[in-house]
Design a protein around this ligand. Structure first.
Ligand code: F6P
Length: 524
């Protein structure tokens, strides 16, 4: 993808072959296909499969020059062509880190060690949004769910209520403000950072900047903002925002839980990187996930992907994967600038099970559209109530089984009759109790939820997304669509404040609401 165009996907004979094979494949309930990678099991038995599809998938990857693209990614080549840079997050977790990365990691661990040994900062306010937020939130909830010795609040949203609540109840004299922003220009983070600074000043903190830390790819901007150099941690231009949890952005995780969490996650992710680099195509977990995702989205036409972590601690996995998948694959123009003529990245949504079962699983089972589901569960729990875990596992397996196998009209009728209901009612009711089945799913089983397995899991999704980008021929590392919204919002904010006239270029409704909402938004 270094500027060389991969050509139109649907013009390839290998695509036609892949599509043909997918349309003739089926979900076979008698098939068991489990891939172990980096200690986690990916069960793809619930996906459309056939020997022809497997062969066609391998041929398609070859036609898209997959091996060379993967090498380019892992070697830090220019894979993000529209922004002319690498997407080298794998370098941040490589066991033999480059000197510059190792030195920054060392600085981070020393900062954490000093804070911990001096029992400094009872409270942390982590300010950042998108990739500068979700990964850290995910890890803190996953490993600090039972409480952490520091209190942590996350503030992402520009809505003033967010920073109001984020600072509430904390002693300003014992609070560290962590500002995570690759660009150090993101409006939400800069505004919320200012409010936090004002809060420190208002409480009489003598040297407020000494209570602020920045993690950014623009250290000079943080320095200009007033943050001391010793409190500025670097991330690099070649780390995409949505991959920044592998950098010092995870400082909050370390302060809240332990630096071991960062180290463990990096090790797990590095093990998945190795698997991705070395495993043959048929046993390569990210590659197989990517191929079945493309079958589901581009050939079978499923518009969305449901993420169902059967683990209360992984509630933030859903927004994390949402950003990873949707910001990366929400593109419909290929690297040649030509519209892709098949559907690309699906909408991603979900909620932890079993809550999800009582919220939207009905739609997954019997709704007219349905969606492929990724079930994620840990074989072993970390609490002392085995029967809770047994019931959780049973629910996870049951939901997946129902989607996979379904229930026929005859089976439903038999059940109705067995319950003793009259024949005519049974014949009518059985229609409502049919499950179509044949709905695709993955089952991902972690031996336990540990930093290592979470790291491996996140890297599994990262690489899956990359492979899909290669096949669709789109750039999964930019996000131009987000930028336009930011540009519009900054103009509208000036209009609402009355510092700029309402633009005549607005549509009628926007113009109406700018005029109507001006009053309450004007600075006093
Ligand atoms: O949402 C767009 C985005 O650019 C994300 O990619 C990024 O994670 C987020 O904004 C925050 O950006 P920054 O870290 O530069 O503040």
């Amino acid at each position: 993808m270094n500027g060389a165009s991969p050509g139109r996907l649907t013009a390839l004979p290998e695509w036609a072959e892949f599509e043909h094979a997918a349309r003739n494949a089926k979900i076979d309930p008698s098939r068991l296909a489990v891939i172990n990678s980096a200690g986690i099991d990916l069960d793809i038995s619930g996906q459309y499969a056939s020997p022809a599809l497997e062969q066609a998938g391998a041929a398609l990857l070859e036609a898209r020059d997959f091996n060379a693209q993967r090498d380019l990614l892992l070697e830090g080549g220019i894979v993000n062509v529209t922004e002319d840079r690498a997407a080298w997050h794998t370098a941040l977790r490589a066991p033999a880190a480059q000197p510059e990365i190792a030195a920054e990691r060392q600085r981070l661990f020393e900062f954490i060690h000093t804070a911990d040994s001096q029992r400094k900062w009872r409270n942390i306010v982590h300010i950042g949004i998108g990739g500068s937020d979700w990964g850290v939130r995910l890890a803190v909830a996953a490993f600090g769910y039972a409480g952490t010795w520091r209190n942590v609040h996350f503030v992402a949203n520009i809505d003033g209520h967010a920073i109001q609540g984020g600072l509430a109840g904390f002693d300003p004299h014992d609070t560290l403000i962590v500002m995570a922003s690759k660009s150090f220009t993101t409006a939400e983070t800069m505004e919320n950072g200012q409010r936090a600074l004002e809060w420190l000043r208002a409480a009489g903190v003598a040297e407020p900047y000494k209570q602020v830390v920045a993690i950014t790819a623009r250290p000079e901007a943080a320095l200009n903002w007033g943050i001391p150099a010793a409190h500025i941690f670097k991330l690099w231009d070649w780390v995409g925002g949505r991959f920044s949890l592998w950098s010092a952005v995870s400082m909050t995780t370390a302060l809240a839980v332990s630096a071991d969490v960062i180290a463990g996650m990096q090790m797990g992710a590095a093990a998945m990187d190795k698997h991705f680099a070395e495993a043959p195509i048929a046993e390569n977990a990210p590659v197989q996930m990517a191929l079945s995702g493309i079958v589901n989205r581009s050939i079978l036409g499923y518009g969305s992907l449901n993420i169902a972590p059967y683990d209360f601690r992984l509630a933030n996995l859903v927004p994390y994967i949402q950003q990873l998948e949707m910001e990366s694959l929400g593109k419909s123009v290929d690297l040649n600038g030509v519209p892709v003529d098949i559907p690309t990245g699906p909408a991603v949504w979900g909620m932890p099970g079993t809550d999800a079962q009582h919220t939207f699983f009905q739609w997954l089972h019997q709704g007219s559209d349905g969606a492929p589901v990724d079930f994620i569960v840990a074989a072993q729990a970390d609490h002392g109530w085995p029967h809770h875990h047994r019931i959780l596992l049973a629910n996870c397996l049951a939901q997946r089984q129902a989607l996979l196998q379904g229930k026929s009209y005859d089976a439903a009728l038999e059940q109705c009759l067995e319950s003793g209901m009259p024949q005519d009612r049974a014949q009518w009711l059985a229609h409502h109790r049919v499950y179509g089945g044949g709905r695709p799913s993955n089952l991902i089983v972690l031996p336990r939820l540990s930093p290592y397995t979470l790291g491996a899991l996140l890297a599994l999704y990262e690489h899956k997304v990359f492979v899909q980008g290669v096949i669709w021929g789109i750039n999964p590392f930019d996000q131009w669509g987000v930028e336009y919204g930011k540009h519009l919002a900054s103009g509208l904010a000036q209009e609402l404040n009355g510092t700029k006239a309402t633009s005549t270029h607005h549509d009628a409704s926007t113009r109406h609401w700018v005029e109507r909402l001006k009053g309450p938004c004007t600075d006093t």
